[in-house]
Design a protein around this ligand. Structure first.
Ligand SMILES: *Cc1c(COP(=O)(O)O)cnc(C)c1O
Length: 405
């Protein structure tokens, strides 16, 4: 008889963000006049670029005329978008990716959660600590767990790789050889990025150990420094060990519109020799009926000259905030990471405070809400994440308040 996997009930789940909401609401109930500045959000605030809006309007009109109406989209994506992605995000950077190696989807969250379906159930996964929770949760929900340890609240088949100040937030190889390695660079939550050499070492490791790297490039558009790769396929040998997951959310404001893509080279096999390209095509075709036509046209518009320029300006505004927040905190004597190739600032709580103590302190004394680093994993303890997705004025006001503490 089918037995549902109840292991996932042991997951911390949405504990982090629900606790933040609870604490914030409780504070507001007691202090109704406090004007909060929310720097914990992982959502963008600037509206969609005009080129995208124009493409949406045009596509909507097409859908209303019999001659240009479109029904089901091809389940792997429209040619025009797969081509635009492969050409602009890959071939223009010297990465050999064919149009049909691009699988269009409704976003990086669903792809990063679903991609584990094409791997064997007994596979061991390795994740960074701190980590974007989707990678672990989706694997545990799928039963890729092994033994549960009550003391550490961890599963034996999930290997954590600490990312700390000591290793410059670049994980060391895990003790146990994993089958699947999740890497997000530039990283959420630490805001740090792997350089070309650091990523190449991971590609070589994966090839040598027949492991597959799942590379989340959601923050690629924030990269400013030359030696930070925009894609894992810039590394030699990545075609035989890597899958890349792309998002249109944080760069082009598609968080509410929904669009993403997953890149799987045709040469890619898992440790058992399974052809992952065909498996994902099969999985996608079975469980997914394609991103909406109008949204795929909107995605295509991101690659026009106007679209590119508008996205660059939008990201530039967030980066201006990031740079301001980072510099201000540094000037106040904080230890600060990230904020250069990323919209996230990762700072060390002062006076040895825990992440949650600092959360309460900032909320109470500065009316600034951020995200406790420990919520992303034990190595995040004593750290705190601020985002630059707000306005410049709010970023300034938040820094003014923190300075007065
Ligand atoms: C925001 C975020 C995503 C989600 O992207 P969507 O395309 O909106 O689903 C994926 N990965 C990381 C690390 C993120 O922070």
């Amino acid at each position: 008889m089918f037995q549902a996997n109840s292991d996932y009930l042991k997951l911390p789940g949405s504990y982090l963000f629900s606790t933040i909401a609870k604490k914030t609401n409780a504070y507001m109930a007691e202090h109704p006049d406090a004007s909060l500045i929310r720097m914990g959000i992982g959502d963008v605030t600037q509206p969609l670029p005009p080129a995208v809006i124009e493409a949406l309007h045009k596509a909507v009109d097409e859908m209303g005329r019999a001659e240009t109406f479109r029904g089901y989209a091809p389940d792997l994506g429209y040619e025009f978008l797969r081509h635009a992605i492969a050409e602009n995000d890959y071939r223009a950077r010297g990465c050999e990716i064919a149009d049909d190696e691009v699988f269009v989807s409704d976003g990086a969250k669903s792809d990063s959660g679903n991609i584990q379906e094409i791997f064997e159930k007994d596979n061991v996964i390795a994740v960074c600590d701190p980590v974007y929770p989707v990678y672990v949760d989706s694997n545990v929900m799928a039963g890729r767990t092994g033994e549960y340890d009550d003391k550490t609240t961890r599963w034996s088949n999930v290997v954590y790789m600490p990312c700390t100040e000591k290793n410059g937030f670049c994980p060391a190889f895990p003790d146990r050889t994993p089958d699947i390695i999740y890497i997000c660079s530039p990283n959420n939550p630490t805001g740090t990025a792997l350089n070309r050499q650091q990523l190449q070492i991971w590609v070589d490791y994966a090839n040598a150990n027949k492991a597959v790297i799942i590379f989340d490039s959601a923050y690629e558009a924030y990269i400013c420094e030359d030696d930070i790769p925009h894609s894992i396929f810039e590394c030699e040998g990545a075609r035989t060990c890597a899958i890349e997951i792309k998002s249109f959310s944080k760069n082009a404001a598609f968080t509410g519109l929904r669009l993403g893509a997953t890149i799987i080279p045709k040469d890619l096999k898992d440790g058992n020799g399974h052809d992952l390209y065909s498996l994902w095509a099969r999985r996608h075709g079975t469980k997914y009926n394609g991103a909406p036509y109008i949204v795929q046209r909107a995605g295509e518009a991101c690659y026009t000259e106007d679209g590119k320029q508008q996205i660059k300006e939008m990201v530039g505004r967030y980066m201006k905030n990031a740079s301001f927040i980072k510099t201000s905190l540094k000037d106040m004597g904080y230890e600060v990471y990230g904020g250069v190739n990323s919209p996230y600032i990762w700072l060390k709580a002062p006076h040895d405070m825990t992440s949650w103590e600092f959360f309460d302190y900032l909320l109470d004394k500065a009316h600034v809400v951020g995200t406790p680093g420990s919520g992303f994993g034990p190595s995040g303890e004593h750290f705190f994440r601020l985002t630059s997705f707000g306005t410049y004025e709010n970023s300034q006001e938040a820094m003014r308040r923190i300075k007065e503490l």
